[in-house]
Design a protein around this ligand. Structure first.
Ligand SMILES: Cc1cc2nc3c(=O)[nH]c(=O)nc-3n(C[C@H](O)[C@H](O)[C@H](O)COP(=O)(O)O)c2cc1C
Length: 180
């Protein structure tokens, strides 16, 4: 069960620097890939950025559709994440291969992933070539999150994935509040 998240606070879904599954769609093709390089960029308007290697199928679909979605996987999806980061959707339906369920989004044609903890639906407002990657700037058009794990921010039991490089990851856990 997901709750709606105000788009101005959608950045809090990815503020912890978690790994995301980027979904995209154009015409009859849709795809999912793992991405560690994501960042919030602005609160008003709500903007986020992702760096996607120019040769990836995802870059092609986002450039053509000018839309994408960021899906936040929990630690239980670690194996599926690696699978989505090792093969290209040009050759394989990665949703099927990884056992992920595509569901309709509210504002974009890119599917959301039912098993993920949260989602940001984005329309591309800028695109830059940064070395061998494209940096896509997306305006968050809608966002949603697991109603038990996200109440204004992620709760302690939200265990997300953080990429260290290669096949190594941190899983988030402990939270701390600073009283001023
Ligand atoms: C943990 C992990 C994180 C990754 N992060 C990124 C990233 O931030 N940007 C990127 O372009 N590729 C990244 N990749 C590589 C792509 O996910 C991978 O090349 C994928 O197969 C591209 O799929 P596509 O051709 O279907 O778009 C990552 C891979 C893994 C396993």
């Amino acid at each position: 069960m997901k709750i709606e998240v105000p788009v101005e606070e959608a950045y809090r879904l990815i503020n912890p620097g978690c790994l995301v599954l980027v979904t995209s769609a154009y015409r009859d093709r849709y795809n999912v890939m793992a991405a560690a390089w994501q960042t919030p960029l602005s609160k008003r308007p709500p903007l986020v950025g992702i760096a996607i290697a120019a040769q990836h199928f995802t870059a092609e679909l986002i450039a053509a559709s000018e839309e994408f979605a960021l899906n936040i996987p929990g630690a239980d999806l670690l194996k599926q994440v690696v699978r989505c980061g090792k093969v290209s959707g040009r050759e394989k339906d990665k949703f099927k291969a990884a056992g992920l369920t595509p569901v309709g989004a509210k504002k974009v044609r890119a599917p959301l992933i039912a098993e993920c903890l949260g989602h940001l639906e984005c329309g591309v407002v800028d695109r830059y070539k940064t070395g061998d990657h494209y940096f896509f700037v997306g305006e968050v058009l809608a966002a949603s999150a697991d109603k038990d794990l996200f109440i204004e921010r992620w709760g302690e039991s939200a265990e997300m994935i953080h990429h260290l490089g290669g096949n190594w990851f941190y899983l988030s856990g402990r939270r701390a509040e600073v009283k001023e």
